[in-house]
Write a protein that binds this ligand. Sequence first.
Ligand SMILES: [Zn+2]
Length: 82
Amino acid sequence: MKTHKEKIICPNCKTKQWAIVEHTLPWYWNYTHKCKNCDYVIMESEWEQVDDVQDAKKEAGFLVIILAIFIVLIILLSFINN
Ligand SMILES: [Zn+2]
């Protein structure tokens, strides 16, 4: 049976985890997964896919903000020194 992995979030405890989707029939994929953290059975209607790309973008955005604050501080310090 063909399968693929999707990263999903549990609607019950919000834990992100990998779920295996079984290609039960060519036109029907089995979107059910038991949460590894709370044993909640996630059904197709509650299936919420998350991806690492979004997390990476959030982290990159955070770093840009830190860098911007750092640059502003350097500029402010140079004004104070003058
Ligand atoms: Zn859960």
